[in-house]
Design a protein around this ligand. Structure first.
Ligand SMILES: Cc1cc2nc3c(=O)[nH]c(=O)nc-3n(C[C@H](O)[C@H](O)[C@H](O)COP(=O)(O)OP(=O)(O)OC[C@H]3O[C@@H](n4cnc5c(N)ncnc54)[C@H](O)[C@@H]3O)c2cc1C
Length: 396
């Protein structure tokens, strides 16, 4: 059944809330029902978590669920819901979509992203992990790094080099990796906050069936771009209610520690910037016609990262000596990761330290500015002397 009407989507969501008690059944079962009723990814086809409706109607569902205090699926599986689902939907076979999307949405199977390597971050297309075809399988060898949540992930989005003689963007192939496969080794990397949200992942003779490939052989870069565009949109694109999140913490800090002569002007400026960014995010979300976002995701990601850092700098400044104490530096392995860290138990000092990563994760601010310069403003591109060289001949 094709459902495009806002009223019908609204009623279906209200019925879900009426018939399924989140508190009683728990998050996994609730999200399972949401998926089965087509209210998970409303623009997906029927049977794959959607109703073949306009993507804009997802906002109606999400708002009703948020008003009922139902945590979003994104919170339980940020990389899966934000990046894995749109990539599988765009490039996966129907079999893969049927196998992967439901447990991804319910949070039963967590996802991670295996792109960055020790020698390939901003220039991820220069990556060196090798994929060699062996019959119906591929054999993978290499090392990934900064892999958020790899320690709890069941599936990883992985880009590897299948043809070293092709130019760097054209010799890549994209896979969904079973993180339990033989030869996958996950080692924690500890961050400035004391936590290890991310990891190194070593791949030694790991076998991946060809059925787990997304997109054509050698066309992995196009698939990766879909993932990255969705990453930027999902890192910066969550539209929070007015005066919530980091700015609410800043207002709280001012109420306990501040005085009109100590930071009120600055707080007002931060509030105005937050509100302007919130409205920009709303406009960007409304403009998004398709499931996959364009460069507007980079605008919001860039502005959000820099504003978040300024707000937590303000919070630390205003709390003076009190903020210098770091309460808990024991090694922790969070099961959730987001741009604000694990907000369930963190201190202001921890939020401040975690915010340093905002201008690096999901692409650095310098790289976001390059993208905006080239793709939005139409400025000349950076010189890319290695673009047409076979990857094997690029000095490393
Ligand atoms: C908290 C966190 C979580 C992460 N999670 C993941 C994950 O789950 N999966 C994953 O694959 N990766 C992840 N990353 C990695 C992240 O994507 C990379 O760190 C990022 O893309 C930058 O790459 P790099 O660290 O290699 O720095 P480099 O690319 O070496 O950059 C170093 C510096 O040079 C600048 N620079 C580089 N190229 C240019 C250019 N062309 N123009 C101007 N300046 C430039 C950069 O802005 C930066 O300041 C995570 C990173 C962080 C901090």
């Amino acid at each position: 059944m094709m459902m495009t009407d806002e009223q019908e989507v609204r009623q279906a969501t209200l019925r879900l809330l009426e018939e399924v008690d989140f508190e009683k059944v728990g998050g996994v079962a609730f999200r399972g029902e949401q998926y089965d009723r087509g209210l998970a990814f409303v623009h997906h086809p029927v049977g794959l978590g959607g109703l073949a409706a306009s993507p804009a109607l997802q906002g109606v569902i999400d708002e009703l669920l948020a008003n009922a205090n139902i945590p979003p699926a994104f919170a339980s599986n940020p990389i899966g819901v934000g990046m894995g689902a749109p990539t599988v939907m765009t490039y996966g076979s129907v079999d893969l979509q049927q196998r992967l999307l439901r447990p991804l949405f319910t949070g039963e199977e967590i996802w991670c992203q295996l792109f960055s390597e020790p020698g390939a971050g901003s220039d991820v297309a220069s990556l060196a992990t090798r994929a060699i075809r062996d019959g119906d399988e591929w054999i993978l060898n290499g090392q990934k790094v900064w892999t958020t949540l790899a320690h709890v992930a069941r599936w990883g989005m992985l880009v590897a080099r299948s043809d070293p003689e092709a130019p760097k963007h054209r010799g890549l192939t994209y896979f969904v990796l079973d993180m339990r496969a033989v030869g996958v080794e996950v080692r924690p990397l500890r961050q400035i906050t004391g936590e290890a949200e991310f990891n190194e992942v070593y791949l030694t003779d790991v076998r991946i069936p060809d059925t787990m490939r997304l997109g054509d052989i050698g066309r992995g870069w196009s698939v990766a771009i879909t993932t990255l565009m969705n990453e930027r949109a999902s890192i910066g694109g969550v539209v929070m209610p007015r005066s919530s999140g980091a700015i609410a913490e800043a207002i709280g800090a001012f109420r306990t520690m501040g005085s009109p002569s100590s930071g009120l002007d600055q707080l007002m400026q931060l509030w105005c910037s937050t509100e302007a960014l919130r409205l920009t995010s709303l406009r960007a979300a409304a403009q998004r016609q398709q499931g996959n976002p364009g460069p507007e995701g980079s605008v919001v990601k860039l502005a959000n990262a820099e504003l978040n850092q300024k707000i937590y700098e303000y919070c630390i400044d205003i709390q003076q000596d009190a903020s210098l104490l770091y309460p808990d530096y024991t090694m922790r392995r969070p099961e959730f990761a987001g741009v604000h860290g694990d907000t369930s138990s963190r201190s202001m000092a921890q939020a401040f330290l975690r915010s340093r990563a905002n201008t690096i994760e999901g692409g650095t601010s310098e790289v976001m500015r390059n993208i905006l310069g080239e793709r939005v403003l139409g400025l000349p591109g950076e010189p890319r002397s290695d673009k047409e060289l076979p990857w094997s001949q690029i000095p490393r």
